[in-house]
Write a protein that binds this ligand. Sequence first.
Ligand code: SF4
Length: 277
Amino acid sequence: MDGVLKPGRYINGEWNAARKEWDYALLKVALCFPDIYEIGMSHLGMKIIYGILNNEKDVLCERVFTPWNDMEQKLRAMGEPLVSLENRKPLREFDIIGFSLQYEMGYVDVLNMLDLGNVPLRSEDRGDSDPIVIAGGPCAFNPEPMVDFIDAFVIGEAEEAILEMANVVKGLGCRVKNSRQNILQELSKIEGIYVPAFTLSAYGETSPATSGGHPSPFTLHPKPFTINKRIIKDLNNAYFPTSPVVPYIQIVHDRITIEIMRGCPHQCRFCQACRIF
Ligand code: SF4
């Protein structure tokens, strides 16, 4: 950490951080926020998904944030991969890599994190031994700019869908022969999940972006192009993190979050907040 501006971004071991044995987990998920620690640790959605997955006995979920420039330069100079905070495992050793897409400016950090983690950038270049790369969050409502890089998008609220996806990947067994095709095919059958490689678009091809020179490597499994967003019908009984991770360093929203509602009732036509919840 010599010469690194804020080592507290990378050291792990915070109060309430998950402590799970790597070798005992049947499914390993890297929960990635494409921005620095102080931003990602302020995001409630990360805390919710982190808690839901780590509440499962046989699932392990670890945090990964974009390193600041000083740390990235060190990693690249030393030839070291980007690792998770908890067990310090390289991204490519996880079964699922999940990105939270909160704003389009984070897209370059998605690619940078995959590159630093030694994961092929394009979906078509990934094989059975590579992780499944998924993404959710508000920007997943307009997934086409990222379809070349993301294997499956979660459209809508992810609390229930992420467990259904975890069960599919766990059940089919990751990193075995033909597992990738089977897993993506089964994921595409879950409500709210958009798998570009298996979905016929209005253009009669795979997604518009992939039809321009990057055809699907798989046999298409036609399904209606409309993907219905997922909604949590009963927020009162939905999971909420009552023991969130407490950072060692000051983060942007340096306080506990209490969610009293989602969306906005004012229905301004231009605003996403009243459309996606
Ligand atoms: S702009 Fe969006 S968040 Fe603001 S009042 Fe209108 S609908 Fe609500």
